[in-house]
Design a binder for this molecule. Structure first.
Ligand SMILES: Cc1cc2nc3c(=O)[nH]c(=O)nc-3n(C[C@H](O)[C@H](O)[C@H](O)COP(=O)(O)OP(=O)(O)OC[C@H]3O[C@@H](n4cnc5c(N)ncnc54)[C@H](O)[C@@H]3O)c2cc1C
Length: 385
């Protein structure tokens, strides 16, 4: 019997959405329609924002328009998703209403500056494309003083970010023989990369010490005085700064609340292996989901998980369309290249779905892992666009 043609909608053209779209296209015949929706006309590769800040990349290097995806048989519709109607199998954007047979939600998170509204005015952030571009102009002109990387809340995507940034900046200024710059990290974390366990925290702390980067751990920011350039902390410390770089808390993207799809906060609820929601034909992946691990903590939000989950979901949709019972599960495995400066990176990898706490390993920093990250980025831009 011929297979009926299907309409597959993918919401969000970030890491998860792109992998889903391309994997589906590779395995599905032309009679099946793959539509990618994004509010922006361009994809930007977020892991390269670090390199944008220190001038290793230009904005154009890490930006690609979605429209040419049509040449691969992926229809691109620009539009902001306003609502998902699971019972009617429809998605409403600010421009149109689209029907689907299968839906994959990969709309990531929003930065939440409302937690500390003053951060918008007193700090810079590389967590947005525009912010990273702005910082790329400030960093090379910084004359000297204290650069404080502040983490107001641990609910932020890509938990290693404060450390990557500190190591890269330290290396950037050392190369310019600017020794009048102090780099500090202020974070509520008890120890660096707390989620990875004591041993790895110790390894990161050693690297921070070697680079003379001061870590204010277990420190919650109470307020910031931009006139005096002082941060007041909950434990009554006053920390002065000349340049503030903030890592914003994340929140779910704003959509009308659908109890059958989302938890109280608005994160999509999924089966942690299949990424299926309570609807058989709706999947959610990547940062937009909240996956609780066996130790009660949340699966960190990172591109590597969005990527691996997308591969599982694309595979399972193909199997479902071809009426095969074969299915794949997301294993919980992830790896990160953590930039440690001087052209090196360490590799943090392991499985987050182990029974107790994630079992992770951090390698010694080396040049190969840094180049591994470069190759990954180049491959991403080349393969998907
Ligand atoms: C500076 C920085 C460095 C990072 N480095 C790493 C790293 O080294 N390794 C790693 O694993 N992860 C890293 N990450 C995290 C990684 O980028 C994210 O976890 C990953 O992009 C999540 O993928 P996603 O598909 O879930 O969401 P995203 O990639 O964020 O994609 C979401 C997409 O949805 C679109 N969208 C949002 N709302 C709507 C709407 N209402 N309507 C239509 N479209 C919408 C957005 O425009 C976007 O294109 C980094 C993040 C940052 C900010």
């Amino acid at each position: 019997m011929p297979i009926k043609s299907k309409n597959i909608l993918i919401l969000g053209g970030g890491i998860g959405g792109m992998v889903t779209a391309r994997d589906l296209r590779k395995h599905l015949g032309d009679q099946h329609k793959i539509i990618l929706i994004d509010k922006n006309a361009f994809h930007t590769f977020q892991p390269s924002y670090f390199w944008l800040v220190i001038g290793w990349r230009t904005p154009a290097d890490i930006t690609k328009p979605f429209a040419p995806l049509e040449k691969y048989g992926i229809e691109f519709h620009q539009g902001e998703v306003m609502d998902i109607l699971p019972e009617e199998q429809k998605v409403v954007t600010d421009r149109e209403v689209l029907s689907y047979d299968y839906l994959v939600i990969s709309m990531g998170t929003e930065n939440d500056f409302d937690v500390m509204p003053e951060l918008r005015n007193v700090s810079h952030t590389f967590y947005t494309f525009e912010g990273a571009i702005e910082l790329s102009k400030i960093i090379p002109r910084f004359p000297g003083g204290s650069i404080n990387i502040i983490v107001p809340d641990l609910d932020h995507k890509y938990l290693p970010a404060p450390y990557d940034t500190a190591f890269l900046l330290s290396s950037f200024y050392k190369k310019r023989e600017m020794y009048n710059i102090d780099i500090n990290i202020i974070t509520p974390e008890q120890s660096p990369l707390e989620f990875a366990g004591k041993e790895i925290s110790g390894q990161i702390q050693e690297l921070l010490d070697q680079n003379k980067i001061k870590l204010y751990s277990n420190t919650v920011i109470k307020s910031i005085d931009p006139q005096k350039k002082i941060i007041h902390t909950e434990n009554s410390h006053e920390i002065s700064y000349d340049l503030l770089i903030s890592i914003p808390k994340h929140r779910p993207i704003r959509l009308p609340h659908r109890k059958s799809l989302m938890d109280d906060k608005g994160w999509f609820i999924v089966d942690k292996y299949s990424l299926q929601t309570s609807y058989k034909n709706i999947y959610a992946i990547g940062d937009a989901t909240s996956i609780i691990l066996d130790n009660g903590k949340k699966l960190p939000k990172a591109g590597v998980f969005a990527n691996n989950q997308a591969e599982v979901v694309a595979y399972n949709i193909v199997q479902s369309i071809y009426e095969s019972r074969e299915k794949k599960n997301f294993s919980g495995y992830g790896f990160f290249f953590i930039e440690t400066g001087t052209g090196r990176a360490a590799n943090l990898h392991g499985n987050f779905y182990t029974e107790s706490s994630p079992k992770l390993t951090l390698t010694e920093p080396n040049v190969t892992f840094h180049w591994g990250k470069v190759v990954l980025e180049k491959y991403w831009i080349w393969r998907w666009f």
